[in-house]
Structure formats: C-alpha cells, structure tokens
Design a protein around this ligand. Sequence first.
Ligand code: TRP
Length: 332
Amino acid sequence: MSNTRKRIVSGMRPTGPLHLGHYFGVLVNWVKLQEDYDCFFFVADWHALTSEYADSSRIKGFVPGLVVDWVAAGLDESKCVIYQQSAVKEIAELHLLLSMITPLGWLERCPTYKEQKQQLVQKDLNTYGFLGYPVLMSSDILMYRPEAVPVGQDQLPHLELCREIARRFNFITGGDYLPEPKDLLTPDAKLPGLDGRKMSKSYGNSIGLGESMETVAPKVMGMLTDENRKRKSDPGDPEICNLYPYHKLMTDAETCAMIEKGCRDTSWGCVDCKKRLVQSMEAFLTPLHERRAAIENDPERLRAIIESGNAKAREAARETISKVRELLHFDF
Ligand code: TRP
C-alpha cells in the first residue's frame, strides 16, 4: 500500500448477516475504494453495545461473520486494513479525551439521537454511552486523521459533529492536528427489498449474501412485479416494478433494454422476467459464494486477516494518541 494515497475510515456494526441491500448500498463502494485509497474498515463492536448492552452475547459471533461477509463481497486484506474496533484500546482513550471537550448540547441536539430514542422504545437508550455515540464515532474517525469518511446519508449529522469536535480540539490545543474529514457520500440504496420496501432482515424481504440459490430462487419467483399488470397481455411499467432495479444492477445492459421494451409492449412476461433474474442472481452470487466458502474453510486465514489488521490499526492509532496526549499535556 503506498503512503501517498489518501486515507479513509469507515465502519459497520456487527448486528447480523449482511444482505444485498448492504452490498449495493455500502460494500460495492468499499470494494472500489480499496483500489484508490488507504482504507481502514472496521467492525464497530463497541457501537453495537450502545443498543445491545442488555444482551451482548450475540455480538461476539457477529464479528467474524461480518468480516466473512466483507471478504465474500470482495474486500481484499492486501488492499485495505480490516480490524475490530475494540481491539484498538487507543480508541477508548481518545473517546474519553474527546468527551471532555464535547458540549452536552451538541449531543442532545443530534437528530439521530432524538429519533432513535423515540423509535426504539423497547430498549432503554437513556444511557451515557448512547448519548455519547457520536463522540465514539468521532474517535474512530479522528484516530486515523483521514481525508474522508464513506457514509450513508443517515450518518451525516454524526460526521458534522465529528468535524465540530475536531475544530474544538484544534482550537483548544492551538493547532490543526486533527483534520476535519470530508464525507464521501454513498449514493442512496439502489436496491429495494423483495416487496418494494427498504431491504431489511426484520421485514423478511431480504436476500442474504450467503444464501444459497435453493432459497434465493423461490424468493425471486415470489417477488411482486408491477401490480397493474394482471395478465401478460397488459402492458407493464418497469419503473414501478420491484424486479427491474435488480435487473439494472445484475443483468447486462442489452438484456435490460430488451426487458424494458418487452414489458411495455407485452412481448415479455413477468414469469420470464423472474426466471431471467434467477439466472442473473446466480451469476452475481456465485463469486461471492466461492470467496465465502474459501474463507469459511480456512479459519486460520480469517483469524490472520483480523489480527494483522488489528496490528496495523493499532500502530496507526498509537501515533495519533501519543500526539494527542502531548497536545493535552498528558504525556507524563
Ligand atoms: N455509526 C455507523 C453506523 O451505524 C457505524 C460507524 C461507527 C462508523 N463508527 C464509524 C461509520 C466511523 C463510519 C466511520 O452505520
């Protein structure tokens, strides 16, 4: 990895197996970024604890599972650093130090804080840790002094807070040691769930990255198409069909053009369309399944990916934390 490349940092919470929505929403972007940037991609296990603290036993199993999903999706440990947040204790120290300079009002005003507290009423989110989530996220980021952070729209308020914290740190310490990271906004998810709503495991409308064709094929055959098209002889509209966005992402352009025309002029029916999507889905998933099988059959390699990533992430973190200690006069 050359040192002249710009650095980026991003993380994901280990809350269960990833699906196609994650792939087309986030991972496809990460896989591209690893070619051009010095990438730090981490499993945000401490973040998972902010909402799962009452039953944290599942997080442990989801950590290696998430890395398997990433490798299956095409992240390559020789091109990026893959690590586990909680393996870098320096992040906890930075979190503590930054918490001292972060005004409460900034956190209380955070829109995601207000929203989630209202929405997740079944969990008691009246905790110090949950309020401080953006400080922890800022520590994840500022630790690596990155040029930018690839995030979805929903994370923009956190990134804005991160910049404000960096600015305040720089003001207090009279310098510019912590650069304000830019956002590399991931375009909104291009792939709806099987029923047209947002793809989510809890809605039961998702296709897991590790799912075999035996379960994927019947899911595809059961998808809703343009509801106004009751018979094949009714003209359809690909723009309001749930299948078509899948074709656009997984089927070649020429076939897509044929599908679009055939749907409108009724020469092409929904059943044919689904069968064709099963084919595309298989072609898309096969390399992911192959990479998954390879890593699952080689637990030593999985362990080595995480351990060597952790070591690299710690090395970079030590450099930052020692400078931060010095700037705050905690370098005894
Ligand atoms: N908050 C992010 C999410 O829920 C995960 C995350 C934690 C993150 N730390 C980060 C993302 C740092 C980017 C950079 O999706």
